[in-house]
Design a protein around this ligand. Structure first.
Ligand SMILES: Nc1ncnc2c1ncn2[C@@H]1O[C@H](COP(=O)(O)OP(=O)(O)O)[C@@H](O)[C@H]1O
Ligand SMILES: [Mg+2]
Length: 382
């Protein structure tokens, strides 16, 4: 799919940014703090996902401004669709999201319309950060393949919040254990589905990551991923997801219930899952060099794109925030080769740090405005 038109105004420091992107490469150039990442972010939120840099919705509106609006047109193999996101400052003016002119309750519908993948410098946290970062990555990627997954995650989070609140109540008042068992039944239903989906996605991505990492490291290193559930052993997943799997999860929750009550939090289940990432057989998180960690994160994102491509006839749109210029020539070439058939928006302070074969439309951003987007040849990198 491709973005055919974007119009952003009042989002953070962006003002009157309106352009028709190139179907292939769009190179967003400017010094620091001019709004390059903001421009990617404004487009990204129209995919229904939370900000890739963790910004809160209330900070979308320009400081000192009253409203923000972001509009985009997306064309896939079937049709062109229009997404609009408008929001005022403060609680009194709710956000207004429309898809093809029809008002939407939330961002859920956008998820199916506009698919994109963002590469950002913080991606190294998938390797280096807490287990939660890895779980989130897998969950996001798996949800892109199967949006039903989102509702299981949401439901599980709600059940876990209830369960943890109840644990504290039981600890303080000594009653409510019978209700805990009811929550545990629900947690087991959701947890079993999530475990199986994570297991399946990690197996899928592991295969691709292995191949890509071998290439990016010049054939000398091996990357492998392992999903580590504290409820199921690897061979348990040979049994298809069903009542037995949920029962097993339920029994595990029951086993730790007493300890959970004493401590006021849940100690087993999907919120304690780990995804182990190894390079040459040892934990990349603990022993990886900076270069290895960077390559591993890149490969995981590229694998996500490849899995998505296999499933859908429409390639996702790719956002590369300050990533290309940071990579050496070989790695840039590797990434470039993987994404060459997709529409790409990339930011860089210095277009000369890019490979010469990355040619496309140049958007110069200064003080939140496009300073140089003349039509025709002069705005293209040839
Ligand atoms: N809510 C906001 N309102 C106005 N300006 C903002 C807001 N949030 C961030 N900014 C400004 O956006 C700029 C940073 O934009 P960013 O896209 O991160 O820059 P870069 O070009 O380095 O990627 C800074 O000047 C910052 O002050
Ligand atoms: Mg930036």
């Amino acid at each position: 799919m491709i973005v055919t038109y974007a119009d952003i105004d009042g989002f953070k420091n962006l003002s009157g940014v309106s352009f028709a992107p190139d179907p292939k490469y769009n190179i967003i150039v400017g010094p620091n703090a001019q709004g390059k990442t903001n421009l990617l972010e404004a487009m990204w939120i129209l995919s229904g996902c939370r900000s890739f840099r963790g910004s809160k919705e209330k900070d979308y509106v320009c400081l000192g401004g009253e409203r923000m609006s972001a509009k985009i047109r997306i064309r896939d193999s079937v049709r062109e669709q229009k997404i609009e996101f408008e929001m005022g400052r403060g609680n009194s003016s709710p956000k207004n999201i429309t898809l093809n002119g029809v008002r939407q309750k939330g961002t859920r519908a956008l998820f199916d319309v506009f698919k994109c993948i963002a590469f950002i410098p913080d991606d190294v946290d998938i390797i280096k950060g807490s287990p939660e970062k890895r779980r989130n990555f897998i969950d996001m990627a798996a949800s892109q393949l199967n949006p039903v997954f989102v509702s299981h995650i949401t439901k599980n989070n709600a059940v876990m919040n209830q369960r943890n609140a109840l644990l504290k109540t039981i600890m303080q008042r000594g009653q409510g254990s019978d209700i805990l068992e009811i929550w545990d039944r629900q947690a087991a239903e959701e947890g079993a589905v999530i475990s199986y989906m994570r297991h399946e996605y990690v197996a899928k991505i592991n295969e691709i990551c292995g191949r890509l990492y071998k290439t990016i490291s010049g054939g000398s290193e091996v990357l492998d991923l392992e999903y580590r559930s504290n409820v199921y052993k690897p061979e348990d997943f040979d049994v298809p997801l069903g009542k037995e799997a949920a029962d097993q999860y339920f029994r595990k929750l029951r086993e730790t219930a007493e300890y959970d009550i004493r401590t006021g939090s849940t100690h087993c289940g999907v919120n304690r899952d780990e995804i182990v990432i190894r390079i040459n057989g040892v934990s990349a998180r603990d022993f990886g060099s900076q270069g290895q960690i960077k390559s591993a994160a890149l490969v995981m994102k590229l694998a996500q794109a490849e899995i998505y491509m296999k499933k859908s006839k429409d390639a996702p749109v790719v956002f590369l925030d300050d990533v290309m210029g940071e990579l050496d020539e070989n790695r840039q070439r590797f990434v470039f080769d993987m994404i060459k058939d997709m529409q790409v928006f990339l930011t860089t302070p210095n277009e000369n740090a890019l490979l010469p074969e990355i040619k496309g439309k140049i958007l110069r951003i200064s003080g939140g405005r496009i300073s140089d987007e003349t039509s025709g040849i002069s705005a293209y990198r040839e």
